[in-house]
Design a protein around this ligand. Structure first.
Ligand SMILES: Cc1cc2nc3c(=O)[nH]c(=O)nc-3n(C[C@H](O)[C@H](O)[C@H](O)COP(=O)(O)OP(=O)(O)OC[C@H]3O[C@@H](n4cnc5c(N)ncnc54)[C@H](O)[C@@H]3O)c2cc1C
Length: 500
């Protein structure tokens, strides 16, 4: 049995942020995640480090939190934040009254804005709809959510924190009505680990109510599914938002070599049963195409969904529900933390750890806003020019990932999963969506004696299933042609179908 002070359930941005904060305040902890880091909403989001503009009219508190955190994260996380800036564009027919409310609310909160003519906006973003009537510039940024989680966990690791990925919490251990630990099942070996602690933090996002239920508690949530599509190249260097009340498909975010556009908002019951609907893809492309007409002719390489864990509300449109967060003390040694945004994960972690410190009767101030994220210098991939200068032995041509980099990640993490390499290097995230680099990465694992031939084939089969779920919603034109080529390679040359 393992003993620690605090158990964190969930390795999304919130859980990883809590681990970093605990580490910096000297509190022993153990994070448990059922997939890889960022496996939930964190890895399925737009990657927009909000300026607050999106919420400024509807939710001033959340907007102010976003703005303040944006300023902090661009300072402490230079290697995972790209200070792109953002434009709110007003198209013909968009309400001028909303524009006035937007500007007034930004001023009240202190979000800096710059009003631009359409000519100036088109100079900044040449692909913008030439019919744009005006644009308002705000300090939006793009952020890499995978890298953000890994960097937060790096501090935890340096300070001796424990973490188990691919371990699902299946039981909360109780004694005299108090939660004293968890049992977690290793998804690879099936082994069950028992871990005990004084405090358990349930940071499991859309699964919070399911995890709370293991302790006989309840956390009422509204689960809102959102879908996104990814283009095969970067159509804008700035974040583009539609200047209107939040609606479908009104945000486009550049991220590395691609753009993410979305999103939708549909209430769901089960976070594990979310399929992207073809009409969601049509809506997003149609709306994004209103802001950047080129979107309609651009190749879409992937479509996927995530679930927002929102505070329970009677509101029928989940877009109207507050993006604020809440810490729930279940009065039995367990806390749940719900709501919020990726943008406000650090603040959420700070408040959660403040609560833990007072429960332990300890005093040590939070340092996460001042200290740069650890491990940023070791990161691969940033910036693109760095990868271009290291062009030897490329394993993934789309994302310029080298063999050396893949070997480094495998040795460091001992992983047996291609997905883990993907989250840490961007291998397979480009236009071919892993069509060529996946079997190469598995070959490297085999060379390094990490996997047997049978395990490689099994891993490849699982990867292809996951890959196809993401690509299915984007199969037309060039992406369909590419998919047929990849299908011939895997089914024709590598005979994956027969190799059962
Ligand atoms: C489509 C979409 C777009 C979004 N875009 C943005 C954006 O651009 N900017 C922004 O600021 N916010 C955005 N958000 C919101 C943001 O993604 C979420 O608020 C945030 O990522 C939530 O993080 P989390 O760590 O609380 O939850 P999650 O990231 O969902 O993490 C919870 C983790 O708990 C794990 N878990 C669950 N059950 C168990 C168990 N039994 N045992 C172990 N582990 C378990 C899950 O695997 C998961 O990894 C978006 C959300 C969606 C859905």
């Amino acid at each position: 049995m393992i003993k620690t002070d605090v158990i964190i359930i969930g390795g999304g941005a919130t859980g990883c942020g809590i681990a970093r904060d605990l580490a910096l305040r000297g509190i022993p902890h153990c994070l448990i995640e059922k997939g890889d880091y960022a496996a939930g909403a964190t890895g399925a989001c737009h990657g927009l480090l909000h300026s607050g503009g999106r919420y400024v009219v509807s939710d001033a508190v959340a907007a102010k939190e976003c703005y303040d955190e944006n300023m902090i994260l661009r300072r402490i996380g230079e290697k995972c934040v790209e200070p792109t800036g953002g434009l709110f564009v007003r198209l013909p027919g968009d309400s001028k009254i909303f524009r006035e409310r937007f500007l007034r609310s930004c001023e009240e909160i202190g979000i800096p804005t710059e009003i631009m003519s359409s000519t100036k906006a088109l100079e900044l973003v040449p692909n913008l709809n030439p019919d744009t009537e005006e644009a308002i510039k705000v300090p939006d940024c793009s952020i890499d959510p995978f890298r953000l989680c890994m960097l937060n966990m790096r501090t935890s690791e340096i300070k001796g924190g424990l973490s188990f990925i691919r371990h699902k919490v299946t039981e909360i251990v109780k004694s005299h009505g108090r939660c004293i630990g968890v049992k977690a099942t290793d998804a690879v070996s099936g082994e069950v680990k028992e871990i005990h602690a004084n405090i358990i933090v349930n940071a499991s996002g859309a699964w919070t109510n399911l995890v709370a239920g293991l302790a006989g508690c309840e956390v009422p949530l509204t689960l809102s599914k959102g879908s996104l599509v990814i283009t095969n190249h970067r159509l804008t260097d700035m974040v583009i938002n539609r200047l209107r009340p939040s609606s479908d498909g009104d945000i486009i975010v550049p991220n590395e070599a691609v753009c993410l556009a979305g999103t939708t908002s549909l209430m769901v019951q089960d976070p594990d049963k979310i399929a992207i609907q073809p009409d969601e893809v049509d809506i997003i492309i149609g709306e994004a195409g209103r802001m950047i007409p080129h979107f309609n002719q651009t190749r879409i390489i992937r479509a996927f969904s995530g679930v927002r864990p929102l505070l329970k509300s009677q509101k029928l449109d989940s877009r109207e529900i507050s993006r604020g967060f809440q810490i729930i003390d279940h009065q039995n040694g367990m806390y749940s933390i719900v709501g919020g945004k990726l943008t406000t994960f650090r603040l959420m972690a700070e408040k959660m750890v403040d609560t833990i410190m007072s429960a332990f009767n300890l005093k040590r101030a939070c340092e996460t806003a001042e200290r740069p994220l650890d491990g940023q210098e070791e990161l691969s991939g940033y910036p693109l020019s760095k990868r271009l200068s290291d062009m030897k032995n490329i394993v993934c041509e789309c994302e310029l990932v080298t063999r050396r980099e893949v070997e480094r990640i495998i040795s460091q993490s001992g992983t047996r999963h291609v997905g883990d390499i993907q989250h840490r290097t961007r291998l397979g995230m480009g236009p071919c969506q892993g069509g060529f680099c996946t079997f190469r990465a598995l070959g490297i694992m085999h060379d390094m004696d990490i996997l047997t031939s049978e395990q490689s084939v099994q891993s490849l089969r699982e990867f292809l299933q996951r890959r196809f779920r993401g690509i299915r919603g984007a199969l037309w034109g060039d992406q369909l042609r590419e998919e047929q080529l990849v299908e011939y390679i895997y089914l024709g040359i590598l005979a994956m179908e027969q190799n059962k």
